[in-house]
Design a protein around this ligand. Structure first.
Ligand code: FES
Length: 582
């Protein structure tokens, strides 16, 4: 008669195990494979950590356990895997007393947060999205908080792409920005999607080599600002990067660093169609999440793109048939004087929505004059940013589906540039950065043909609505292609019927996360959420959400492969069965 070992599971005698090779016992919520091999007994979780195949159906040779589904291999003695696409399998302590084999149903202890942080690094390095999804879930349930995976992704993305800041880091930051507006269960999905874009964009790219700071006696912010602008102007990215790295290393205040970057980002007209300001703004937003101590690697990753950016004054659309660039240069030159004239009324100006309407004019001269008049009347940099952002959302709300499909991106691009400029103006208001308002306004003007004819925005109404019914219909429409107008009407009905706006915002976020969402989808959801928050309960807020929803509806459904991987990870995480016998 075997002596009972407290809390342990009896797996039979050594002789029985030797004859059977493997036995499965259960306890502590685990199915445990107890395996006899080469004179020793080992116990591991019977679910393959890759996708749950029963490991008792695998094979053992030379101390290596091989799963027969995708052939992941594990060191039988400790459970460590030889294949990064799988994970280490949990092992359980085994005791042999008087030829009886006992298994402790508590797996060998490990630090869960540390383990999953390491696995996330593996997922990023090997660009394996299932590992990334499992790691995000593992960190989430270990209580690590969103900043832990965000910092890992940010460090990786800032290091492993020689070209510097790009769409993936923008997506990662947008994912972090939208978290507070999402349903609790969708937050890890957003983080997973942001991280997988970083892994994808960095795959196969060389790392960025770090430039050492200058051994300088110079400490004046205005000198660094002047140097940096000059180096960007002549496209000398090495010199500009060294200058920026030195300024950050010297401990110049974040406001001064932002000022020098945004000034250089607007010294030329609408650099890279607004992407330079967009990326710079996102880099600062990322630092808001992960801390200023990472400013050096994050902000210097912007420099290459800033120096190489296309300058819109060189584009024919900005020169012909109307010399828009010259109009913008002229308006920029007047800016300091106009701003000085508006000093007394600063902060009392209330014409943001009217200005947004004027920005949709068909005369570039009238558009620039309307901005100049607003500045002279006391509009703040933030007011101007808000007006251009709203005007850009109106372009999206009025975008007609008879346009080419790719034209959605044209309108979208202006919209995200406008939102970024608005955010940047709130962070680091300056005369230099205000020049960007003229640039974005002219981009809105150039998009005017995409509102011809303008799609009608649904009427307002006050009929009470069944919130849940509308949200359910919204989700159904997102399952069908090109439901742009039905979705627009649903969103409008929801808001005008006094539906709970946070639920609608979360539902729109979920709609995006269900898809194989990319750069543009994350950007517009981030921009839409940001612009809506400042306009809650207003007509302009309704227009913003309609614009956002129309874009999402136009781009749904996708194959949803990214979400399928996440669902696999989630089911494994919950202990559900993935493999079923035929
Ligand atoms: S290798 Fe085991 S389930 Fe894939």
């Amino acid at each position: 008669m075997a002596t009972q070992l407290e809390g342990q599971i009896r797996a039979g005698t050594v002789a029985e195990l030797k004859a059977a090779g493997c036995r499965v016992v259960t306890g502590g919520g685990h199915a445990i494979a107890v395996i006899y091999h080469d004179g020793q007994v080992h116990a591991v979780d019977n679910r393959c950590p890759h996708m749950g195949f029963p490991l008792d159906r695998g094979s053992v040779k030379d101390g290596i356990l091989t799963c027969h589904w995708h052939h992941a291999r594990f060191d039988l003695s400790g459970g460590g895997t030889f294949n990064p696409f799988a994970d280490d399998v949990r092992s359980f302590p085994v005791t042999v007393v008087a030829e009886q084999v006992w298994v402790d149903p508590q797996p060998v202890a490990r630090n869960e947060a540390e383990h999953w942080a390491g696995r996330l690094q593996d997922g990023l390095e090997h660009n394996i999205r299932l590992v990334t999804a499992k790691s995000v879930l593992g960190l989430h349930s270990a209580g690590a908080g969103y900043r832990v995976p965000l910092r890992i992704g940010a460090d990786f993305g800032a290091t492993y792409t020689a070209a510097g800041w790009g769409p993936a880091m923008t997506i990662l930051t947008a994912a972090a920005n939208i978290l507070p507006h999402l349903a609790e269960e969708d937050r890890p999905v957003a983080m997973y999607q942001g991280l997988l874009h970083v892994a994808r964009e960095c795959a196969g790219r060389p790392p960025r080599f770090v430039v050492a700071p200058l051994p300088t006696g110079e400490t004046r912010p205005e000198i660094f600002k002047q140097w940096f602008r000059n180096f960007i102007d002549v496209r000398d990215d090495d010199a500009a990067e060294r200058c920026l790295r030195t300024a950050i290393g010297l401990g110049l205040p974040p406001g001064d660093i932002a000022d020098m970057i945004f000034a250089a980002a607007t010294d030329h007209i609408y650099l890279d169609a607004g992407h330079v300001v967009d990326f710079a703004n996102k880099a600062f937003e990322l630092l808001d999440h992960i801390g200023w101590e990472r400013a050096s690697p994050v902000l210097t990753s912007l420099v290459h793109g800033m120096a190489r950016a296309r300058r819109s004054q060189e584009l024919s659309a900005w020169r012909h048939p109307i010399d828009l660039a010259s109009l913008v240069w002229q308006a920029r030159a007047e800016l300091p004087e106009l701003y000085a004239q508006g000093r007394r009324q600063r902060g009392r100006w209330t014409g943001a929505d009217a200005l947004a309407g004027a920005l949709l004019s068909e005369s570039p001269g009238d558009i620039l004059d309307a901005i100049k008049a607003a500045i002279k009347s006391g509009a703040t940099p933030g007011d101007l940013g808000s007006a251009v952002a709203y005007a850009a959302f109106l372009r999206m709300a009025h975008f007609h589906t008879s346009n080419e499909f790719s034209d959605w991106d044209t309108v979208h691009n202006t919209l995200t540039a406008a939102n970024a400029l608005h955010r940047a103006l709130q962070r680091a208001p300056s005369i230099e950065l205000m020049r960007g308002v003229f640039d974005v306004a002219i981009s809105i003007y150039l998009d005017r043909f995409l509102n011809m004819p303008p799609q009608r925005i649904p009427e307002t109404g006050r009929a009470p609505v069944d919130d849940n019914q509308i949200l359910a219909e919204l989700a159904e429409h997102m399952d069908v292609r090109q439901q742009v107008e039905p979705v627009s009407r649903l969103v409008s009905r929801y808001i005008t019927g006094a539906g709970e706006p946070d639920a609608l915002v979360a539902a729109l976020g979920r709609s995006m996360l269900l898809e194989d969402a990319g750069f543009h989808s994350f950007q517009i959801v981030d921009a839409g959420f940001n612009q809506y928050q400042a306009r809650r309960g207003t007509e302009s807020g309704r227009h913003v959400l309609i614009g956002l929803a129309r874009f999402l509806a136009a781009h749904a459904p996708t194959p949803r492969a990214v979400g399928q991987t996440y669902q696999i990870a989630l089911r494994l995480h919950r202990g559900e069965e993935l493999f079923r016998e035929p």
